[in-house]
Ligand binder design. Structure first.
Ligand code: RP5
Ligand code: MG
Ligand code: MG
Length: 278
């Protein structure tokens, strides 16, 4: 797999221009003698508890390709290369070195909950697409505050956190505004989500084509589909955007959806698995 969203133009939330990487020059195995990427690590990372220190700091002794205390520095893509003390993006060049906006050198692990239900008409009957004859799937989409793009309500796996906890936490924070709720509401949401998220289907596990990726830091995720077949569980919860999300809604899934990073691909895989309209 190649990446696409991290090879040209300005790095997100900066004036830093990526060194243009034509598609054929992405793999490290292809020579690119002119390649002179700029180094960029966003200032906001300094002193953040969730971020690694500077890579040259003497006290920083990461265990690459390993579980490093509470931080998972393993990649789903296999062992990554360390070149001059820096982990190398397993897919290839991105036109920028350093960490950009990402907290971790090497893989940055996220989890993406793909929450789906069938689209229904006012009589509660499942809507079938006229062309494909297949039922229309809807998923809970959030609009990201950073880029304004629509996306799966995913987030970073905190140190020591299990992926299943991240999936529930991020869904509750971004799609149900958990952080702004009172104790009673929190308890109610937690109970329903724990029940609903008990059974999910793995859709994707691996590298993410995220616009924040660099030559030395990149996103990886586990995307799990939680499907509410009869809209009895999450289909009934009132969505409310929170935290990193500006908006939230049930979005119809079809080949026209255009989402953040390569989230549309994850939706396509979900559609195939559910035999839904695309
Ligand atoms: C994407 O960034 C992942 O697929 C996940 O959706 C998201 C995690 O980052 P934040 O939402 O925490 O910025 O690469
Ligand atoms: Mg979040
Ligand atoms: Mg998020």
């Amino acid at each position: 797999m190649l990446h696409q969203k991290c090879t040209q133009g300005l790095y997100p939330a900066s004036n830093i221009k990526r060194f243009a990487v034509p598609e054929e020059k992405i793999p490290w195995t292809v020579e690119y003698p002119e390649y002179k990427p700029v180094a960029y690590t966003a200032a906001v990372l300094q002193g953040k508890p969730w971020a690694d220190p500077d890579i040259n700091e003497l006290t920083f002794k990461p265990r690459w390709n390993a579980i490093d205390g509470k931080v998972n520095r393993r990649s789903f893509t296999g062992n990554y290369v360390i070149a001059n003390g820096h982990p190398l993006n397993p897919v290839g060049r991105t036109g920028i070195t350093g960490r950009g906006l990402l907290g971790r050198w090497g893989p940055n692990h996220a989890a993406d909950p793909i929450v789906t239900r069938w689209k229904r008409d006012s009589a509660k009957a499942i809507e079938i697409d006229g062309h494909t004859g297949k039922p229309i799937l809807q998923f809970v989409a959030i609009q990201r505050r950073d880029s304004g793009e629509w996306a799966i309500p995913g987030g970073m796996v905190d140190p020591g956190e299990t992926v299943s906890t991240t999936l529930m936490r991020e869904f509750m924070e971004e799609a149900l505004n958990f952080l702004e709720r009172d104790d009673g509401e929190r308890k109610m949401l937690q109970d329903s989500i724990t029940e609903f998220f008990a059974k999910g289907d793995e859709i994707y596990k691996g590298y993410v084509d995220d616009p924040r990726n660099t030559d030395n830091a990149w996103m990886e995720t586990v995307a799990i589909n939680f499907h509410d077949e009869d809209s009895s569980l999450v289909g009934k919860l009132a969505l409310m955007a929170g935290d990193d999300a500006r908006n939230v809604r049930w979005m119809d899934v079809n080949r026209q959806i255009n989402l953040y990073a390569n989230h549309s691909e994850f939706l396509k895989k979900t559609v195939l698995q559910r035999n839904a309209h695309w």
